[in-house]
Design a protein around this ligand. Structure first.
Ligand code: HXC
Length: 513
């Protein structure tokens, strides 16, 4: 027994240590090894590894005689702030982290365990993609991952962290996950690499230009979070997990209440200018509303005209969706609608109440937007709100015009509680635009059109755009003092805590994708 135990210990140490030169090369590339990453991600000493000794059974060039243990992926489970998660971390030092049959089977197993145990799944990706020598079995393995991600979608939170190459179909794992993290310079995601792009289009691009964190964090919207450094990235994965339930049947992790229901925030009255067209940073409003001014913004660099963030309010996790008057005056465009729609659906799937802060001049008009499909993309956001059954509180901070008002969680699409500041302006359109349409003939024949326009505009605003118009008609529940917004939202959420609404039975809806 003693000899067997010693041999076991030596073998385990050798497998865990990996090949020295491959580890050095990984470090030289500015990347940590899979095990070093897991140490940063998980609570100290919490990792339980499974299938350490698994190795491929394939034959092929550069494969037959070379059968390293782990097969290039480390799988298992650990805890984050004491809560269970399941993980896989691809190991670039073994076959470039490429995915063959055994590698895929290990990931399948850990995904199944995550679902069976109702715990989040976190995948650390650093891989050359399908293992070329294993042919169809690599592709088959990827398909099994994609099918599992989709089946687990809305059941357990799924987080994908891209820390190296993620090429070809492999990029669909992050694309299907709930949240995708990326690190600048060392991580890339693309369906076809620079060589193929050059062969097809004649254009030479770098890996980073094609699929770096800059591209995916600010242009394509594939990356939800972008970091300069792996350690910061993994720290924020921990932060995100601390805000999420383990599964859709579990409530989000709450902290003890902190007296938000009686909190007065004088700064709120100063941040938002009364003039409807003056910009301000909506994130300052969010800071005042949430506990400790602390929130985790999703897609911070993409579609910045809408802000989506996870935070706590009186200890409870909330999802905040807010127009951002600082960017494009806070209009909704195709990207903003998609970003917010996906966030709303995530929150709804995992029982996270929604707080929607509205200050929106409308949808972005223009040929480009129409051709890009603003109708289709705007419909996604509309659909997401219409089907959401979590507690929903809307706060109309300033203006709310037209279709964009409806879409931003208005009473008509199902908000539970609609609060408005005395600065609110809710209407089909602004007073000047309305007068131009309604009184076109009168203005065309008037002796003094400018004076008439001014009079009509003032009259229209007085009748239809005053702050109590919506409250008098019950589409707004209360007009509140801005400084009491934090307490009013906290009280609203407390009132709605036991909300239960069963959607009618159906296979699934048909969201306009
Ligand atoms: C087998 C691979 C591999 C792969 C890398 N390696 N990718 N082995 N299959 N797909 C091996 C290399 O041979 C090398 O082995 C080691 O990993 C390190 O790779 P390097 O090329 O030396 O590293 P680097 O210079 O950093 O370049 C990384 C890379 C490059 C950009 C990822 O390796 C590369 O372009 N790989 C191929 C990417 C690809 O086309 N994959 C298939 C995509 S299609 P040695 O023994 O020399 O150390 C796909 C379809 C999925 O994935 C479909 C799902 C639906």
């Amino acid at each position: 027994m003693q000899a067997l135990r010693e041999r076991l210990g030596a073998r385990r140490r050798e497998v865990v240590a990996g090949r020295r030169e491959a580890v050095d090369r990984q470090h030289a590339l500015g990347k940590r090894t899979a095990r070093e990453r897991l140490e940063l991600l998980l609570d100290e000493g919490s990792f339980t590894e499974i299938e350490l000794y698994r190795r491929h059974q394939a034959h092929g060039p550069k494969l037959g005689g070379h059968r390293p243990h782990t097969d290039g992926v480390i799988t298992g489970s650990g805890t984050i702030y004491g809560r269970r998660v399941f993980v896989y971390a691809q190991d670039f030092t073994v076959f470039g982290g490429s995915l063959g049959e055994a590698h895929a089977a290990k990931i399948h197993k850990v995904m199944d365990l995550a679902v069976d145990n109702g715990a989040p799944l976190i995948g650390l990706n650093d891989s050359g993609g399908a293992r070329i020598q294993e042919g169809v079995m690599s592709l088959h393995g990827y398909g099994g991952i994609f099918r599992r991600i989709v089946q687990a979608s809305g059941v357990i939170p799924q987080i994908s962290v891209v820390l190296g190459p993620c090429a070809g179909g492999a990029a669909y794992s992050p694309a299907l996950a709930d949240f995708t993290f990326m690190v600048r310079d060392t991580a890339q995601m693309y369906l076809t690499g620079p060589d193929v792009v050059e062969a097809v289009s004649g254009r030479r691009v770098s890996h980073d230009e094609l699929g770096g964190a800059g591209v995916h964090g600010s242009q394509s919207g594939v990356a939800s979070f972008v970091y300069d450094d792996e350690a910061d990235c993994l720290e924020d994965v921990r932060y995100l997990v601390s805000l999420l339930p383990g599964n859709n049947l579990e409530p989000p992790p709450a902290c003890p209440p902190c007296g938000a229901d009686s909190d007065v925030r004088p700064r709120l009255a100063e941040i938002v200018p009364v003039e409807p067209n003056r910009p301000y940073d909506m994130r300052l409003v969010i800071e005042e509303l949430v506990d400790d001014g602390d929130f985790l913004e999703v897609h911070e660099g993409w579609a910045r005209n809408v802000v989506c963030a996870l935070a706590r309010l009186d200890g409870e996790v909330v999802g905040v969706v807010a127009n951002q008057p600082l960017v494009l005056a806070g209009v909704l465009d195709a990207d903003a609608a998609q970003k917010a729609a996906r966030f709303v659906r995530f929150c709804d799937a995992f029982g996270i109440p929604l707080v929607t802060l509205v200050d929106v001049p409308g949808f972005l008009p223009g040929v480009d937007q129409e051709r890009e499909g603003i109708i289709r993309h705007g419909a996604k956001l509309l659909y997401a709100y219409c089907e959401a059954t979590v507690p929903r509180v809307q706060v109309i901070v300033r203006k709310a015009y037209g279709g964009a008002y409806i879409v931003m969680d208005s009473r008509s699409v199902g908000t539970d509680l609609s609060l408005a500041w005395p600065t609110n302006e809710i209407a089909v359109m602004g007073a000047e635009g309305a007068v131009n349409v309604l009184f076109r003939k009168e203005l065309a024949t008037a002796a003094d059109p400018a004076t008439l326009r001014a009079e009509l505009t003032e009259e229209y605003a007085r009748q239809l755009v005053h702050p109590y118009y919506a409250a008098e008609r019950g589409v707004v529940d209360d007009v509140i003092d801005p400084v009491q917004t934090r307490s009013a939202v906290a009280r609203g959420l407390a009132m709605l805590r036991n909300k239960r609404r069963e959607p009618p039975r159906r296979k699934h809806g048909n969201i306009p994708l």
